[in-house]
Design a protein around this ligand. Structure first.
Ligand code: F3S
Length: 569
């Protein structure tokens, strides 16, 4: 990859330790993705704010950046782990709030704007600039690529921050025209009436993806037949589609298309999903605003509660601080009815008091996806906004039975399909390393899956044990093993979980991905964990868990051989 003199100076350490660390990460990412150069970014959006999601890895990393680190471009920050005005009412502890403050102070010192919003396309008054961005936060990435003139890859929190510090990002993936062709045709053959219908559609597409479909930059669906969609509906669609790695979608005719599959979404699919998602037990809490609610959504919620009296603690509406400030009447109406309008935070990253909250109802499939994951393991149902408000007003609407966190299968079970079979015999594969790692030799026991893995929600951040029912690695520890998986799935905060595990000595010995994984490479680059990718055959299918393997990096190439076969697939 060709670097400018200034970029070379950063890499050499002439611009300080933080820029050197950040530039090394960008060069590792860029060379692995075969980017020809680094291009200037006009805006960055950084995720990894809550002590609940970023946790120990994030706090330790921000401290390690040092006091001379600064961002070089306009950089906004994702939602935090609580609303500092009313953390007691939210059930947060003083210790949690203190940890949150430490994280926010560290970002402020870097020069990051504390917008604390996952909707950077709404969070400031200034219009979004056209050009190249480095955004983490999957809903925002999909929104920007799909509806605005800002292009961005699906950065991890770490790579977005590195780009913000250096002012540039590798020119690869969705920044390039040739990777922006639609690869999935979705024929929408029913009427979509309100934002939650679009949310159901976006999530449904991810669940239908045939296993083994090679989509290097994720699904890029063209939704044909949708017609006009409001801002809130478009936002709901892109956020839910992002649940399964979609970072770009088209509502109008795409500039180019290479359809690898065609899906049909009919009224029957919509009705079936609503039936599956409907609440069957007593609803303890209704959350609205994932992504954080737009002014239009706050107004509708205010209208729906006007004249009602909700029992205390049953309705939380999440929005950006900017909207909260501008909508005092609507905020007052919701709070007068008994709800709370929370700013700066999000339903996924807050602390829930499980003594009182054991079943959530929402109008967002993104909230449902993440609330049910291992991070919260919260039984969650979905309904249109008016129904959500009706449940907030009447706790007895679905009877008094309590939902149980352990009663259901994983909400991701349908996507945990494995095609692995036990392998025998000799094996040697050749793959690639990363630029900052010169030479290493690793011998160890492989832990292998062909099902995508996300560190946030699937892996216990203290023990390194995979805790995701239905996942082939459920119950197994990644600590000290050669971890082999196709790619990361899920949150852009996942690298901080991996960092935290590595800081605690519960991380993998080495990581092998089928192809470059934007969510896993950054932590390996930062902490020098041996990382290999892009082999001549798929290591996820060619290796068994329990195989004893040897990996050697020399001259940029990684040789992988099996020393002894294990017994399991
Ligand atoms: Fe935003 Fe949190 Fe939802 S970051 S998109 S409100 S999960």
């Amino acid at each position: 990859m060709k670097l400018t003199p200034d970029q070379q100076a950063m890499l050499a350490g002439d611009r300080g330790a933080a820029k050197q660390m950040a530039m090394r990460l960008l060069v590792d990412l860029g060379t692995a993705a075969e980017a020809p150069r680094l291009v200037p970014v006009v805006a960055a959006h950084v995720s990894g704010v809550s002590p609940l999601t970023g946790g120990h890895g994030l706090i330790t990393f921000l401290k390690a950046l040092g006091s001379d680190a600064r961002v070089a471009v306009e950089t906004t920050l994702n939602s935090a782990g609580c609303d500092s005005r009313c953390w007691r009412e939210m059930g947060a502890t003083a210790d949690y709030v203190a940890r949150q403050k430490r994280i926010l102070d560290a970002y402020a010192q870097l020069g990051v704007r504390l917008t604390l919003s996952c909707t950077p396309y709404e969070a400031t008054a200034a219009p979004l600039p056209d050009g190249v961005g480095a955004w983490a936060e999957s809903n925002a990435v999909c929104y920007a690529n799909s509806y605005t003139g800002l292009r961005t890859n699906r950065d991890s929190g770490l790579s977005a921050l590195a780009a913000a510090i250096c002012g540039c990002t590798p020119d690869y993936g969705l920044l390039r025209d040739e990777h922006r062709a639609a690869n999935l045709l979705v024929e929408v053959e029913c009427e979509l009436a309100e934002p939650v219908d679009f949310s159901v559609l976006g999530d449904w597409v991810g669940k239908q993806l045939p296993p083994g479909l090679a989509l290097p930059w994720g699904p890029v669906p063209h939704f044909r037949g949708v017609g006009a969609a409001s801002h809130e509906s478009r936002k709901a669609l892109s956020a839910a589609a992002a649940n399964y790695g979609c970072a770009l979608l088209y509502l109008d005719e795409p500039p180019a298309a290479d359809y690898r599959a065609t899906l049909r979404f009919t009224a029957a699919e919509l009705a079936a999903r609503y039936a599956e998602l409907a609440p069957r037990h007593r609803v303890d809490l209704v959350v609205i605003g994932c992504p954080q609610a737009s002014p239009g959504e706050v107004r509708v919620a205010a209208e729906l509660v006007r004249g009602r009296t909700l029992p205390a603690g049953r309705l939380w509406v999440f929005t950006a601080a900017r909207h909260w400030d501008a909508l005092r009447d609507e905020v007052a109406a919701i709070e007068a009815a008994g709800g709370m309008v929370l700013r700066d935070t999000c339903p996924e990253v807050v602390h829930y008091d499980r003594a009182c909250v054991n079943h959530i109802l929402t109008n967002s499939l993104k909230a449902e996806h993440y609330l049910q994951s291992g991070l919260n393991s919260m039984p969650t149902s979905v309904a249109p906004l008016a129904d959500c408000i009706a449940h907030a007003a009447d706790p007895a609407l679905t009877g008094d039975g309590r939902a149980s966190a352990s009663s259901g299968a994983s909400p991701h079970a349908a996507t945990h399909r494995s095609a692995k079979a036990p392998q025998a015999g000799e094996l040697s594969l050749t793959g690639s390393g990363i630029e900052s790692q010169d030479a290493w030799v690793i011998e160890g026991e492989a832990l292998v899956t062909d099902v995508p893995l996300t560190f946030l929600g699937f892996v216990n951040r203290r023990t390194g044990v995979v805790e995701e029912p239905g996942h082939p690695l459920d119950g197994q520890s990644i600590a000290g093993r050669v971890l082999v998986f196709p790619r990361g799935s899920g949150s852009s905060v996942a690298p901080y979980v991996l960092l935290g595990l590595l800081y605690r000595d519960r991380g993998p010995l080495a990581v092998v991905n089928t192809a470059l994984d934007q969510q896993t490479l950054p932590a390996c680059s930062l902490l020098g964990v041996p990382y290999a990718h892009s082999f001549d055959a798929d290591p996820c299918l060619a290796l068994n868990s329990g195989d004893r393997v040897r990996l050697e990096l020399r001259d940029g190439a990684v040789a992988l051989e099996v020393l002894a076969r294990g017994l399991k697939a």
